[in-house]
Design a protein around this ligand. Structure first.
Ligand code: FES
Length: 79
């Protein structure tokens, strides 16, 4: 399986608006499913898209207003 790249905006706006929880969710999800080797999880700085945040990019696709429910839906077919 190809590696999945997940980039979480760690800018203060996205972080405060949900990426703190989203990051914790992702770390927990990856650990629980034992898919550490398949996921490349990294952070990035604010890209001035704060109004649409919290923002997360998965394999080049930018997701906006991301919630943990959305992440679960996106990741379920992957694991
Ligand atoms: S803090 Fe994420 S785009 Fe600005």
């Amino acid at each position: 399986m190809a590696k999945i790249n997940i980039t979480v905006c760690m800018g203060s706006s996205c972080f405060a608006r949900g990426n703190q929880e989203n990051l914790a969710f992702l770390e927990d999800y990856i650990k629980t499913h034992g898919i550490e080797a398949d996921i490349n999880l990294e952070g990035k700085r604010c890209e001035n898209k704060c109004a649409k945040g919290p923002n997360i990019i998965i394999n080049g696709v930018e997701y906006n207003n991301v919630t943990t429910e959305m992440l679960e839906n996106i990741l379920t077919p992957i694991k």
